[in-house]
Design a protein around this ligand. Structure first.
Ligand SMILES: Cc1cc2nc3c(=O)[nH]c(=O)nc-3n(C[C@H](O)[C@H](O)[C@H](O)COP(=O)(O)OP(=O)(O)OC[C@H]3O[C@@H](n4cnc5c(N)ncnc54)[C@H](O)[C@@H]3O)c2cc1C
Ligand code: SF4
Length: 485
């Protein structure tokens, strides 16, 4: 346990955030680790309460409460408090394959349900997690550990996002031979091409992929299953297949003027920006916000990442439309602890927009009704109403040179169902509904991550990848046992 009464006597501190005026000049991570002693002090705030709600990892009132991978938080907090960093790293590694991703970009549902948060500020769990893993890399404690024996079983994992990487890692550790197929030119899924480098720098992803390769996992990039290679081919070459293909079918707006130039899906925009930075590829004019008035349709995290990207590209102005109202400053009575707190916050992109333009870019209850364009077929603006009062008199016209659509995803892409013959549910997700076995309607085919769950979080993708791996292993054991009868 940390320091007696630590949670009352020590002030909560999170990772250091670089000043907005400085960080918008580059594409580096906006958060930085605190010094060792500061993190040890933060760990001292953990009281090792009898029931660590921070670990529960369950859905309460449609939100995530506690850590979905059940990180052993009070245990590693205590080790950090006592300066036993290596032991803390070993404890963290038992449940989390990639703390360097979650320590940077997890929304930390653990903190929302931390017992200390009931009466005071929660423990800075994410800050401590990131420090442990970054220190472990710096000290050289994270080294490849290939399995000592191989089972002779071959598994194909399709997709290399956090779900695919976690699943491959777990199966490889057991000794199975794992090949990860990825249609992009680089592994990482949304960690590589969706999430901007301000949240996760790309060498952090490359470093982990390189470790997995050294441990024996084979990565085949630029291979789209269903296009370059068929499922039939995989069926004969592998003992099991795991679909970790994400939730890539983006939701569209079907409105007058949608085909105008200068209106783009958020994911195309973010991917183009990440590619431009990684390869110095020229940025297509339609994906360059420089000097433009930008409007982002969609009030979620993807929209927020578009705001931060447009700011770094040098946009003239930026507004983000949300469908819902502003969240309350404090938990509503209907949203008690240990549920995830649905409260107003000023996240990184909004702080940057305020610094640059003097106001929060968020507009609430905005319903886009039609797009306006010029004679060259380029967008010039849009007309909105309100989700609150559906009243034509309340229509408003906004000027825009670039409009980004970030209104969410509709499940796995159609090509996955065509290629693998698996069934889908009414939300477009691959049915592998029994969270105990992760099996699809096709024998020997499993699904995990956003493809099965719908668009979610890195930490849920890791959890699903781990559980699907355990289920594949059980399936192979049973198959083996039956073949010996
Ligand atoms: C812009 C954005 C920002 C986000 N920010 C955060 C954040 O800050 N924190 C957080 O926790 N979560 C965040 N998320 C959500 C998080 O990234 C996802 O929940 C997570 O990446 C899902 O992991 P996954 O492995 O299931 O799928 P993905 O990461 O989507 O990976 C799927 C992979 O499968 C590949 N693939 C698809 N079909 C095929 C095929 N037929 N053959 C071969 N390969 C194929 C794709 O190319 C892709 O690489 C964000 C999402 C977006 C879009
Ligand atoms: S993975 Fe996320 S929920 Fe779990 S301990 Fe880390 S920050 Fe908290």
């Amino acid at each position: 346990m940390g320091q007696l009464m630590g949670f009352l006597n020590i002030e909560k501190k999170n990772q250091h955030e670089r000043q907005p005026v400085e960080r918008i000049k580059d594409w580096n991570e906006y958060r930085e680790n605190l010094p060792d002693q500061d993190v040890q002090k933060q760990a001292a705030r953990c009281m090792d309460c009898g029931t660590p709600y921070c670990q529960i990892g369950m859905i309460l009132n449609r939100g995530t409460s506690g850590c979905p991978i059940h990180n052993l938080i009070p245990e590693w907090n205590d080790l950090v408090y006592r300066g036993l960093w290596k032991e803390a790293y070993e404890r963290l590694s038992k449940t989390n394959n990639f703390p360097e991703f979650t320590g940077r970009a997890c929304p930390a549902p653990c903190e929302g349900s931390c017992t200390s948060g009931f009466v005071s500020d929660p423990v800075s769990i994410k800050t401590i997690e990131r420090k442990i893993i970054d220190k472990a890399f710096d000290e050289g404690w994270v080294v490849p550990k290939p399995p000592l024996r191989r089972s002779g079983k071959k598994i194909a994992v399709i997709g290399s996002g956090p779900a695919g990487l976690a699943c491959a890692d777990q199966l490889n550790k057991i000794g199975h031979e794992v090949t990860v197929f990825e249609r992009s030119d680089r592994p990482g899924g949304l960690l590589m091409y969706g999430i901007p480098s301000m949240k996760i720098e790309k060498d952090v992803v490359d470093r982990r992929v390189s470790l997995l390769e050294q441990e024996g996992i084979i990565f085949e990039t630029n291979v789209e299953i269903g296009k370059n290679r068929s499922y039939e081919e995989l069926k004969t070459a592998f003992d099991a297949v795991v679909l970790c293909t994400g939730s890539g079918k983006h939701r569209e707006v079907v409105l007058e003027g949608r085909t105008l130039k200068g209106i783009a899906p958020a994911m195309d925009y973010l991917t183009a920006s990440n590619r431009h930075l990684l390869y110095d590829e020229p940025l297509q004019a339609d994906y360059d916000a420089k000097g433009k008035r930008v409007i982002v349709i969609g009030g979620g995290d993807t929209g927020e990442d578009c705001v931060a990207t447009a700011i770094r590209q040098g946009c003239k102005s930026v507004v983000q439309f949300g469908k819902h109202g502003k969240l309350p400053a404090q938990r509503a009575e209907s949203n008690p602890w240990p549920e995830h707190p649905n409260v107003f916050s000023v996240d990184y992109a909004y702080e940057e927009a305020e610094t640059l333009f003097g106001k929060d870019p968020r507009a609430y209850y905005v319903q886009t009704r039609r797009f306006l364009g010029d004679q060259e077929g380029h967008v010039t603006g849009l007309v909105t109403g309100s989700f609150k009062e559906d009243n034509d008199a309340a229509e408003k016209t906004w000027d825009a040179d670039l409009v980004l659509i970030a209104i969410g995803f509709q499940g796995a892409e159609d090509s996955i169902f065509d290629a693998f013959g698996v069934e889908r549910d009414s939300s477009g997700r691959v049915i592998a509904a029994n969270a105990l076995d992760y099996q699809t309607s096709e024998p020997g085919v499993f699904a995990a991550g956003d493809a099965r769950r719908g668009s979610s979080l890195i930490v849920w993708a890791i959890e699903e990848g781990r559980r699907a791996a355990a289920s594949v292993n059980l399936y192979l054991d049973k198959k083996e046992a039956l073949s010996q009868k």
